[in-house]
Design a protein. Structure first.
Lengths: 387, 313
């Protein structure tokens, strides 16, 4: 395929195209909903959602808003990486929200009750997430429990457990349902900004978490695409029995995969809560959206760690943009609606690609021969990572 | 004690209905993780009906119309799952998750848009139904009897009968166990799976409206249904995909759920001084433990989660 550098057959290009198609369709449906609510301001509203920080008036305000979006992109990216990594290895880590909760729980507890340094809090949060992930993994490896089901159960168990632990006297603000602000509780646990905030109009929530999250994305991509370890994990995901036959420790690999996924989600939580962006509400009764939005970012990013970076930013940007629209006319949840429609449409990616490939081979050969470009179920898992 | 009994029964009714919905869908071979979303949509349909019905409507009309619309909206919403997973062979876990997110977002947007269109200052996402809700209740002493309790029992028996005693039910289960074999004897697997998903939309939607009328007279749609759909999933697994076991599991999990609401009124439990979160956690912990011990020889339908492709053998 050297002669056609820019051919539509290029799987990476196809992934980008299908993701864009999902975004366009999602936005279109969102726009129609806005039109139905109130046609007068729908155009401005969808523009605000899309532009997000750019819709602010002054440049300083724009940079500050961009900083806020980036600060929340970092944890989202970590959750997305967690799901992406596990999916590449054949596991659907729907337990990411639970691992995220565990990270928030231990990260905040270590910061507020034990007054530890941010690096140690971060590592502890990662460990907590890894343990929760490993529980799912061990249940799958030794007891044949589907990781989706155990993940869902653990999401709720961890939610209630986190609420319980963070309601403790040492960590909870007695006057509100939230945990104590890190600013007053333990400044040392705040992730340092290292001068980054100067770039974003002194936005204090812009910290090292953002470049660290991007580094993690590159690291995950390297592990999956370039190392023997990543290869073994992928092999186990494709065919457990074959991996065992080839001398790999398949049970151990499943546990390690989910533990790594858990660690990523756990660190992701500390990227949000240790920046002082927000506090944990001990009365929340639903699993945090962050983990589920991670699923959106993963699939929108074409299941590629690098694509996930852009997808996470996009999802977070439209979510923040939704908060800026005229709230007396439109509900801000419109952006949740758009991102959930995008996730739903991502389910059709395989079909889109199939349709595209059918069309290409029809055009090239004048006949509906699709044999030369096979798109099977495995293809969804394979493509993206390898070139 | 009466309060505990009342809550247990109504929560068990919800869990039983929704879990049976999941049971139908899974027996046909489609994993329905979108139950939570279907419940939200059913709740929305029912709540909006109650809200819009004029004040003087007779009780029987309120009950019938609310139930009907909850079911209808639930079934319509479940079509999203059916189209994607049966016809387009999409990933069932992904679509289910998307449906849960979509339902909460869509319901919130809808209710807020409705509230603001009636009163421009009202930007809340709640619907109140204090008056119409009374149509569902009958007091027997202190016990608040709810017509939905009867519906749950009737539908439980009907589900058992349909699954095990009719041609349709047995064919449905065949599609979840071995769709290729079912196809080879002339059963239309796609149709059967559609039927399974639609029935789960029916029961899930009904479960949704039962849930939001249990105990409260106002619902804030931003909250979704607070994980009840997932709890129902746990009930279904704990009940090993069998209607009778599901009913028992629903009673047990309903009891835990009720305890978290009313445990302060029971001296013995109050003395234990456990936070209510413990009771909220227990059902999930029990499910995981049960799963750990039963999954080696699980009764789960064998072909669930695998899109059926006529061309594959």
């Amino acid at each position: 395929m050297k002669d056609k550098k820019f051919s539509l057959k290029n799987p990476a290009l196809q992934s980008i195209l299908t993701s864009l198609l999902c975004i366009v369709l999602g936005l279109l449906i969102g726009y129609i909903v806005l039109l139905m609510i109130n046609p007068a301001g729908a155009g401005t509203a969808i523009k605000t959602i899309l532009l997000n920080f750019l819709s602010r008036s002054s440049q300083a305000a724009q940079m500050k808003a961009l900083g806020n979006t980036l600060a929340k992109t970092a944890p989202l990216l970590m959750c997305a990486l967690s799901i992406c990594f596990c999916y590449k290895v054949g596991l659907f880590n729907i337990g990411a929200p639970g691992q995220y909760e565990a990270g928030a729980c231990i990260g905040l507890y270590a910061a507020l009750a034990w007054h530890l340094n941010w690096v140690i809090c971060l590592i502890l949060a990662g460990l907590a997430g890894a343990i929760v992930g490993a529980i799912s993994g061990a249940l799958k490896a030794y007891r044949n429990v589907n990781e989706v089901i155990s993940g869902i159960m653990l999401n709720w168990i961890m939610l209630y457990l986190t609420n319980m632990i963070l309601s403790g006297k040492k960590v909870k603000d007695p006057a509100s349902p939230y945990t104590i602000k890190l600013m007053s509780g333990n400044k040392g646990a705040l992730i340092p900004s290292a001068g980054l905030n100067a770039l974003f109009a002194n936005n204090k929530t812009v910290t090292l978490a953002i470049p660290l999250a991007i580094l993690f994305a590159i690291l995950i991509w390297m592990i999956l695409a370039k190392t023997k370890f990543g290869y073994e994990l992928k092999a186990t995901g494709y065919n457990k029995e074959a991996a065992k036959y080839a001398g790999m420790k398949e049970k151990q690999n499943i546990i390690i995969t989910l533990a790594i996924g858990g660690a990523l989600a756990g660190i992701g939580a500390s990227f949000l809560f240790l920046t002082g962006y927000q506090e944990w509400s001990t009365t929340q009764t639903s699993v945090p959206m962050m983990g589920f939005n991670g699923i959106a970012a993963t699939f929108l990013g074409g299941l590629h760690p690098i694509g996930t970076i852009f997808a996470s930013f996009f999802i977070q940007s439209i979510t923040d943009g939704g908060a800026l629209i005229n709230k007396s006319v439109y509900p801000s949840q419109i952006s949740d609606l758009i991102s959930s429609i995008i996730i739903y449409l991502c389910g059709f990616v395989l079909f889109f690609k199939y349709a595209l490939n059918t069309w290409i081979s029809k055009r090239d050969k004048g006949g509906p021969n699709v044999n030369d470009v096979p798109v099977t179920n495995d293809d969804a898992k394979k493509e993206g990572g390898d070139k | 004690m009466v309060l505990l009994l009342q809550y247990t029964i109504i929560f068990a009714s919800v869990l039983c209905l929704v879990a049976l919905g999941g049971c139908f869908s899974e027996h046909s071979g489609v994993i329905n993780l979108g139950l939570e979303g279907i419940m939200v949509m059913g709740a929305l349909g029912g709540a909006v009906t109650m809200f819009l019905l004029p004040a003087g409507t007779s009780k029987i009309v309120i009950v019938l119309a609310t139930t009907l619309f909850a079911i209808l909206v639930g079934m319509l919403y479940s079509c999203l799952l059916a189209v994607a997973c049966i016809n387009f062979k999409a990933d069932q876990t992904l679509i289910g998750t998307a449906m849960n997110l979509l339902a909460t977002a869509a319901a919130t947007v809808f209710v807020r848009a409705m509230n603001t269109s009636i009163n421009p200052d009202n930007v809340s996402s709640s619907i109140q139904y204090i008056q119409p809700k009374k149509a569902f209740l009958k007091y027997i002493g202190n016990f608040e009897f709810n017509w939905f309790m009867i519906m749950a029992v009737v539908l439980l028996i009907a589900s058992w009968f349909v699954l095990y005693k009719t041609k349709f039910g047995l064919r449905l289960m065949a599609c979840g166990e071995n769709p290729q074999a079912a196809d080879s004897v002339g059963i239309n697997v796609y149709k059967m799976r559609w039927a399974g998903v639609l029935i789960s939309g029916f029961l899930g939607g009904l479960g949704g409206i039962v849930y939001i009328t249990a105990g409260v007279s106002e619902w804030k749609f931003e909250m979704g249904v607070a994980g009840f759909g997932f709890l129902a999933l746990a009930v279904m697994i704990f009940g090993q995909w069998k209607p009778t076991n599901i009913a028992l599991a629903a009673l047990l999990f309903g009891l835990f759920r009720a305890l978290s609401n009313v445990y302060t009124g029971i001296p013995f439990l109050k003395a234990l001084n456990l936070p209510s979160t413990v009771y909220n956690m227990l059902p999930y912990i029990i499910s995981i433990i049960v799963l750990a011990f039963t999954s080696k020889n699980s009764r789960a339908p064998k072909a669930e989660g695998i899109p059926y492709d006529k061309g594959m053998r």
